[in-house]
Design a protein around this ligand. Structure first.
Ligand SMILES: Nc1ncnc2c1ncn2[C@@H]1O[C@H](COP(=O)(O)OP(=O)(O)O)[C@@H](O)[C@H]1O
Ligand SMILES: [Mg+2]
Length: 314
């Protein structure tokens, strides 16, 4: 995926938005979302991420500026908004503000039924969405009886069943335990690999670094920086200005580079496995057991959802 392609699915030009109480939440935001990308919008609490997302499918209307979908300026009449919402699905941060149907099945089928699709197609879409999200096993359960992670997956299934070309997900991993967070992220990878543009917001630098192929950094209602993760997270000034920390992988890579452990042109590892591979390639893991040990620690950590265990044993 290249940001230079010019094949933008969504564009925001100079968006400003003020809430009725006078809070200026967006201050001239401009961004271009490449079609088919895995995009992270990263920023601390209050940066304006959720407000921006609500502009992307017309729930909020900017005071100034324009939103474009597939090259056309967004109009706010009923028909245009209906059409837009078929294409751009938003999963809110809090599942309780999204779920409103009595059962899981009803919730997931609501969107496609509302599109006026034939019953058979609706059934097919709901089954596919349930299979992708692992929600089929509780299809008849009332939504209010589900755990937080299950609710989150039902919300995603409800949007998936609409077959959107863009899936926007506000803080998808917030409040999830590591196992559920991993499941959601691998689900997004699958959705993106099917050609859907996936945009997430997060304040988790490690998630944005490892997952996204393009990152926007937001602070105080504005986009402060953007680019591929390797270049964005190496930008010390940007990180400092936006109160963000470097991802741990970037930090370790920089330390080991300074110590001369890797060649200066070695690429930055995007995940644990790439880091181990880099260590191995540069004879940092002299003994095979050391690598096995790393892997055991990782697997144990995954099993027990206990990251610190691995760090201690290291
Ligand atoms: N409904 C609202 N009414 C008034 N101010 C709001 C409302 N929602 C958000 N804000 C304010 O708008 C700013 C941006 O908030 P938000 O978009 O929720 O940021 P983020 O999602 O990055 O945490 C913050 O100052 C927040 O307090
Ligand atoms: Mg938010």
């Amino acid at each position: 995926m290249s940001i230079e392609t010019g094949d933008w699915i969504i564009e925001a030009c100079n968006l400003s938005y003020m809430y009725p109480d006078g809070t200026q939440a967006l201050r001239g935001v401009s961004l271009k979302i490449p079609k088919g990308g895995k995009i992270a919008l990263l920023g601390s609490n209050g940066a304006g991420k959720s407000t921006l997302f609500l502009h992307l499918n017309g729930i909020l209307r900017p005071r100034e500026g324009v939103v474009r979908f597939a090259g056309s300026d967004l109009k706010y009449d009923r028909q245009t908004l209906l059409e837009l919402r078929k294409n751009v699905g938003i999963v809110f941060q809090d599942p309780d503000s999204q779920l409103f149907s009595a059962s899981v099945y009803q919730e997931i089928s609501f969107g496609p039924l509302n599109l006026g699709l034939p019953e058979e197609i609706v059934r097919e879409r709901v089954e596919t969405a349930m299979a992708a999200t692992g929600t089929g096993e509780f299809r008849q359960r009332p939504t209010h009886m589900l755990s937080y992670g299950q609710k989150k997956r039902v919300c995603i299934a409800g949007i998936l069943a609409m077959n959107p070309s863009v899936m926007v997900c506000d803080e998808p991993t917030a409040w999830l335990d590591p196992k559920n967070a991993r499941q959601i992220i691998s689900l997004f990878n699958q959705i993106a690999s099917d050609g859907t543009t996936v945009i997430i917001s997060t304040h988790d630098v490690n998630l944005a670094y490892s997952w996204a192929d393009y990152v926007f950094i937001m602070a105080e209602g504005n986009i402060m920086g953007e680019g591929d993760p390797e270049s964005v997270f190496r930008d010390e000034i940007l990180m400092y200005k936006t109160n963000l920390e470097k991802p741990w992988l970037v930090e370790i890579h920089e330390i080991l580079l300074k110590k001369g452990c890797f060649p200066a042109d070695s690429s930055m590892p995007r995940n644990r496995d790439e880091l181990y591979q880099l260590l191995r390639n540069n004879n940092m893991c002299r003994r095979e057991e050391m690598l096995n040990d790393f892997n055991n620690i990782r697997d144990e950590g995954r099993e027990r959802n206990n990251v610190t265990l691995g760090i201690k044993r290291l």
